[in-house]
Design a protein around this ligand. Sequence first.
Ligand code: ADP
Ligand code: F6P
Length: 480
Amino acid sequence: MARLVIVSNRVASPKERGAKAGGLAVALREALNKRGGLWFGWSGETQVDPPSEPKVFRSGKVTYALQTLDPEDQRAHYAGYANGTLWPLCHYRLGLLNFRRTDWEGYRRVNATFARALMPLLKPDDIVWVHDYHFIPLASELRALGFEGRIGYFHHIPFPTPEVFLTLPSHAALVRDLSRYDLVGLQTEHDVRALLTYVSSEARGWIAPGGVVGLRDRRFRIATYPIGIDADAFVHDAEAAAGSEEEERLKASLAGRALAVGVDRLDYSKGLPNKFAAFGELLKSHPERRSTVTMMQVAPLSRSEVTEYQALRRELEELAGAINGEYAEFDWVPLRYLNRPFQRATLAAIYRTARLGVVTPLRDGMNLVAKEYVAAQNPEDPGVLVLSRFAGAADELSGSVIVNPYDVEGMADALNSALSMTLGERKDRWRANMEKVTRNTIHRWCETFITDLSGVDGYGAGVEPARSLPAPKKATRGRN
Ligand code: ADP
Ligand code: F6P
């Protein structure tokens, strides 16, 4: 079996066994623990004149190689181009997009640094799987250094439609970079359509059935791989949480009231101000709900070095204060707002206790919290998932109450009707969602991507006109 090499900016080091916010690190840890291999990424440290070689160590079946970066390069790469340019772009927030040439140059420099550090560790038959928008140019850099083995890329966040993508000055260079991979994976059919439309209408590439794409001298494949969770582990944690001291404490604190829960990194893509406003609107327009429902929003701080995230934090503190100031009673605080991470077992207990899971991002690649909430429910008394139509998870989780997060009053009504749902309806909706969560797991996501990547011929296959291509293999993954 070929060795799996995973590249991601954030690496869940074996020393941090506990709480970890961020879908990518959570997902990849599950994948690598099972199969073993090499995990290459940023060490989380910066240093002027950093060593050119990564720190390498082993833990269980996984070898870690962690690269330290120059502070200015790291800033330009992470806070600058990745999270100041690509993140707002891919989440359709053009008003928040900053494009600076120095950030773009720093982004490329970091990709070149990573490629130089990784190259000596690679064997020709390795399968290299690169994750997320921090590393779109990595394959170009590895190819330039002579690596001809299989490289795949998975984009964990949405891929914007061409009208949005074209606002990025470096759009053509990024798509050329994508073409240096053998397989490009996206979360949803919508994302795949967006990229294919760009390829055919803007980049003058050709598209054959099965997502095989020809662009200049390259042929590669673009396909959908919806990410999932370790459903069994979540079910296990949630069952273990039943009757635990933490669950009892939480229930006691609710004093018989229903709990609505949100768990999101403190990120403007997650739609938190609109969620708070919708909860405030529920209390305003349905006064009978006052003192009967408590909302808990867990929002660990994220990317605090980026100005827009600092502004969001202030905005949420103000909104939470305003809602509590307006509606709190001496024995009831309507909105509990927590900026801290939790262990998975605690999250499972919170999800299981909550009558509503409220996942209402303005845009999200997939959203694993939605799937975790479903997996954690008690089958005999499940809660209801209120889910944004703009989360990738909405494609699969049709048993949810689907909402438009821009429609605050509509969301308030949806919260109200979800709170009134009969046990029979809650069970039916939960069963439909749970079937998807247990079918498309993290293990299946990994296996199908790796199987499809293993099946490609390798770099240098060259470009052929669409009509002479062999019929593409059927995708190995199951779709809902
Ligand atoms: P994103 O990747 O944008 O952060 P996802 O919903 O896909 O969003 O993934 C978030 C992951 O981080 C989930 O696995 C979730 O359990 C975890 N997480 C989020 N908030 C917390 C928290 N406060 N404590 C621990 N884990 C968290
Ligand atoms: O899933 C999107 C993502 O950007 C991941 O790449 C990342 O691990 C997660 O969100 C958390 O973000 P960050 O690594 O910037 O803290």
